[in-house]
Design a protein around this ligand. Structure first.
Ligand SMILES: [Zn+2]
Length: 596
């Protein structure tokens, strides 16, 4: 009923503006892939105004940084029936085309694509990865319009992999019901190695570019297990088909989620190393889980998108952090990690957050909001001034999960909140959620007030009461560094052309208090020529907490001797184990929290 009503409103709106007549078609070809160019032709018909503004997005959803994709556009021209049309640039990403009385027009432009990442386009003689938001322009005010996309692969390229719906009977031609879906559907064009598997009733295609020592049969089985565990959390898999585009490089990583596809980076020879193979599966689990969390169940600011400006949300700790947390749950449930391995991974993630000085400065909500200027634009002070919404969000997921399991006496978990939110906001209300709505749902499921939880861990920077939370599940958490007083200088360094340069100074450390700077070149410590691992130098290992360390640095070409007073290493190293004397209630919490 709600769906029918919504489409009626859209129909009325379209007939007023005359947009329903508009048809948009793209054609992408490659005449010089070796020089990293795509040629894009865009045909728009059914126009009623005498000019149209065409725009290039400035960012791509999932990666919260203004990337200015218009900077890669060149050779823009517009025509009608072979006659050039006048146009002018009216904004950095906007071309205004004067079509006069003509109802249709053709636009041509080239896009330079030479940035290797899962969120930027890349073209060379071997393939084209088309990250759609950096390739396709949209006519202003027409983001809801459908389009067709025809790919003309370069000579010798034989395959296209994408989540877009193919047009039957037309080779390499696809349709997108609107620009949100087009921009959410990257295309891999070339000779990728394709294999398929079916899981949760959905056909999955894996498109491997770049070769590698992967075992297809093993991947089919293992990836299917993760698909099934993800689907089990939400009770349904909303896709008809799903595409994994995997870019294998000498050294690769990272991923970007899309509606019914994902792009993963991988290291081509890592598949036979068990630990690294599991790392790849964790990436699969992460990006796949996103098809529910953020691609459908989403913070209210993340869709419909403004492709020209920042889209601010305080909830990336849910969208990204909980996805990072669910990597652990899915890997455990699929049988890739034992219970103790899962506890070890969570203890490591928790230690990392506790050991980040910036976690005492920036809250998870602030980290989310400022993703555009902090997380995606890190500087040398990042660890002191900010916390990652991935890392802190993962820990919030862990704490909230244990809080719910404890409050419900081992009958409910974070799974119930995620599923209820998906049903309520994605399926019923068909909109994103606010922070208050997420909190309210977690309170309903747990039956307790979470106001203090939110104040401490989401909008606040309180120390994490990990012993209390692990204790709910009959687990003991200990700092394995407790009582050990290791001298700590607080410097991070790197070797550049034989010189040891300071890359970061940890807040509150001896180096921080003593005034060592990032970019200082360390010449010697206590008169001994410095080595990359200062901590392993005999002159340092002989030190005790409270001792002085004399550091000779070259700063701006001048020598300077700085004496720092060594403090104890403040970093924790948590270990989590099952308490053999756990009560029945605690065991119940553990079994709902870490169920198989
Ligand atoms: Zn993610």
């Amino acid at each position: 009923m709600k769906v029918a009503l919504t489409s009626l409103i859209i129909l009325v709106a379209m007939s007023i503006t005359g947009k329903s007549q508009v048809k948009i078609g793209f054609e992408v070809s490659f005449t010089e892939p070796q020089a990293h160019y795509a040629e894009v032709e865009m045909n728009i018909s059914g126009l009623s105004n005498d000019f149209v503004d065409v725009k290039m997005p400035a960012w791509t959803p999932g990666s919260y940084l203004i990337r200015e994709f218009a900077k890669n556009v060149e050779g823009f021209r517009a025509s009608n029936a072979g006659k050039a049309l006048r146009f002018e640039k009216v904004k950095k990403n906007t071309w205004r085309v004067y079509n006069g009385k003509a109802k249709s027009l053709k636009i041509n432009y080239r896009v330079y694509a030479f940035e290797v990442s899962v969120r930027t386009a890349f073209i060379d003689e071997s393939h084209a990865f088309l990250s759609s938001a950096s390739i396709f322009m949209y006519p202003d005010g027409m983001l809801e319009m459908p389009s067709t996309i025809k790919i003309k692969p370069f000579t010798g390229w034989q395959k296209v992999s994408t989540g877009l719906e193919p047009v039957s009977g037309s080779a390499f031609t696809y349709t997108a019901p609107n620009f949100d879906i087009l921009y959410d559907s990257p295309l891999e064009v070339g000779n990728q190695d394709i294999f398929e598997f079916t899981a949760s009733g959905v056909k999955h295609e894996v498109a491997m570019y770049g070769g590698g020592n992967y075992d297809k049969e093993r991947l089919k089985v293992d990836m299917a297990k993760l698909v099934e565990q993800g689907t089990a959390v939400y009770g349904e898999n909303p896709n008809k088909h799903y595409t994994f585009i995997v870019h294998n490089f000498l050294k690769g990583g990272g991923g970007l989620e899309h509606l019914n596809s994902t792009v993963l980076g991988a290291t081509r020879d890592d598949y036979t190393d068990e630990k690294k193979y599991k790392g790849f599966l964790e990436l699969v689990a992460h990006e796949y889980y996103h098809l529910w969390n953020v691609k459908r169940l989403r913070p209210i600011a993340l869709g419909p998108f403004d492709y020209e400006n920042e889209n601010y949300t305080t909830n990336l700790w849910v969208a990204e952090g909980f996805t990072a947390y669910y990597e652990n749950k899915l890997m455990h449930r699929a049988g890739f990690h034992s219970q103790q391995e899962t506890l070890d991974k969570l203890a490591e993630a928790l230690s990392a957050v506790i050991n980040t000085p910036g976690a005492k400065v920036q809250s998870a909500a602030e980290a989310s909001y400022d993703a555009w200027i902090k997380y995606y634009r890190p500087d040398e002070n990042r660890n002191n001034s900010s916390v990652s919404y991935y890392s802190k969000g993962e820990i919030i997921g862990l704490l909230l999960d244990l809080e719910i399991a404890n409050a419900s006496k081992g009958t409910k978990s974070l799974d119930d909140v995620m599923k209820a939110m998906y049903t309520e906001y994605y399926k019923k209300k068909q909109r994103g959620y606010t922070d208050a709505e997420f909190k309210k749902m977690a309170e309903q499921i747990s039956g307790i007030s979470l106001t203090s939880f939110w104040k401490k861990y989401i909008t606040g920077t309180e120390p994490i009461e990990y012993q209390k939370y692990f204790g709910y599940a009959g687990l003991q958490a200990k700092d394995l560094n407790e009582g050990i007083k290791i001298p700590y200088h607080g410097l991070a360094v790197k070797k550049v052309e034989g010189s040891i340069l300071v890359t970061a100074v940890s807040r509150g450390s001896a180096a921080w208090t003593g005034g060592l700077n990032v970019n200082d070149e360390i010449v010697n410590v206590d008169g001994v020529p410095v080595e990359l691992s200062i901590d392993k130098m005999p002159v340092f290992t002989a030190k005790r907490v409270g001792d002085d360390l004399s550091v000779m640095v070259k700063r701006d070409g001048l020598l300077k001797n700085i004496v720092i007073k060594l403090k104890a290493n403040p970093n924790v190293k948590l270990g989590v184990t099952v308490d053999p004397d756990a009560s029945a209630g605690e065991k119940a919490v553990l079994s709902v929290w870490l169920r198989k």
